[in-house]
Design a protein around this ligand. Structure first.
Ligand code: DI6
Ligand code: FE
Length: 397
């Protein structure tokens, strides 16, 4: 296929959109074979079936590199209770909070979880996503953690989208281990990781390193098992407080450290040294009405690549819009529109350890979005507007 009459934001490097006016892209075997000005298309590609994009803007397809799209139930009732003035205790008594999602996820069949997740995935696909990371972490027992990851894998069979899985057994201590997180790590989290890995369900290992979740020593034990299994790691770090998760992630050469509102300059330095991506999640910042902004300037100063994601989850970020994440990254975190777009393309790919997509350069996967807009900054600028004209996944529209 030869795409012509397009304005192309190649994102070939990190310093500019790499705009090509009146450009063309040759696609062969699901890969980008050539990109450049329409007048320069090499003879070898001139015979390809041509598609005229009417001067529209083409970018790499979007990548949502941090989601919890698989879960049972939802927390709208709890949201309403809170806004009617219910206290934390009252919400907990009414069965709210993360334990309610764990209960609903354990109760649900794989078919029901998949059907529910697809409603969210479809919203993301409709805004140009071709690769989604999906975490476990609402099962928290030996059967339900692998079950969640099986559902995550099934998404990629049900829809034209790629899925990367992260094992998040260290998300919360389930009710039956309340007050004994170490026993949970030993008896459930690590054995379930080994079982899920043996079933081929795990692409990376994640954890929630936080005062209300797991400390660095507990996470280090999980990461040691990940290393033994040859799995890369990532970590929810410094979301609500600074307890050293970012440095732990850097010590383990993590693909990414995520959230990072409470990270500091030294944390940015350690991420730079380990080549770890900072994944920023403005949907959770917004939902929790957080006021501490992640140290964007320190990440810039130390050349830490920044990614952006929805963090789609029923508690702290019930958001299925990657375009809104772009807008929030710019409006709430002051990322430039170019940084935001890199954050949902090239840098999101890197946060997943994927090197074959996220930029429009020869040899990369032909995962592209065609937008009804003139300038790429419009993607971050607009609110609640979806200008997607076409989505190309592995060379197919
Ligand atoms: N960080 C969060 O904000 C969510 N999980 C996490 O690791 C909260 C998850 C939930 O409330 O369901
Ligand atoms: Fe998360």
């Amino acid at each position: 296929m030869l795409l012509t009459n397009a304005r192309i934001a190649t994102l070939a490097d990190n310093d500019s959109y790499g705009l090509i006016e009146d450009g063309a892209i040759a696609i062969k075997d699901a890969l980008i074979a050539w990109v450049g000005a329409r007048t320069d298309v090499p003879a070898a590609y001139q015979a390809l079936e041509t598609r005229d994009f009417g001067g529209r803007l083409v970018t790499p397809a979007l990548i949502d590199c941090h989601t919890h799209v698989v879960f049972g139930g939802n927390r709208a009732a709890e949201f309403e209770l809170r806004l009617n003035g219910a206290s934390y205790e009252e919400v907990a008594k009414a069965g709210g909070g993360i334990v309610s999602t764990v209960a609903a996820t354990r109760d649900a069949s794989e078919e029901a979880l998949l059907a529910d997740a697809l409603t969210r995935v479809d919203a993301m696909i409709a805004e140009g996503v071709t690769l989604i990371e999906v975490k476990s972490g609402y099962g928290l027992d030996l059967n339900s953690e692998p079950k969640m990851l099986r559902v995550a894998r099934a998404i990629a069979n049900a829809r034209p989208v790629d899925v990367h899985t992260s094992y998040l057994g260290a998300h919360a201590t389930p009710p039956e281990y309340q007050g004994n997180p170490d026993a949970y790590i030993d008896d459930v989290c690590i054995p379930a990781l080994r079982a899920a890995h043996a079933e081929g369900l795990v692409d990376a290992v994640d954890g929630f390193c936080e005062g209300i979740a797991f400390d660095t020593a507990q996470m280090a034990r999980v990461f040691d098992v990940a290393a033994e299994l040859g799995l890369p790691v990532k970590l929810h770090a410094e979301q609500l407080s600074n307890i050293g998760g970012t440095r732990l992630a850097a010590r383990h050469r993590a693909l990414s450290a995520d959230h990072l509102e409470y990270a500091n300059e030294g944390d940015a330095e350690s991420l730079a040294a380990s080549g770890t991506v900072a994944v920023l999640l403005p949907g959770a910042f917004y939902t929790l009405r957080e006021t501490q902004v992640p140290p964007i300037q320190a990440f810039r100063d130390h050349h830490v690549p920044m990614a952006l994601a929805t963090d789609c989850n029923p508690g702290s970020s019930p958001m299925t819009s990657p375009l809104l994440a772009l807008n929030m990254g710019s409006t709430l975190f002051r990322m430039t529109p170019l940084e935001a777009l890199l954050g949902m393309t090239a840098h999101a790919a890197r946060a997943l350890g994927v090197e074959d997509r996220g930029r429009i350069v020869p040899g990369m996967r032909a995962d592209l979005c065609v937008w009804d807009i003139v300038h790429p900054a419009e993607l971050a600028y607009r609110i609640g507007f979806n200008p997607l004209h076409a989505r190309i996944f592995a060379g197919k529209q």
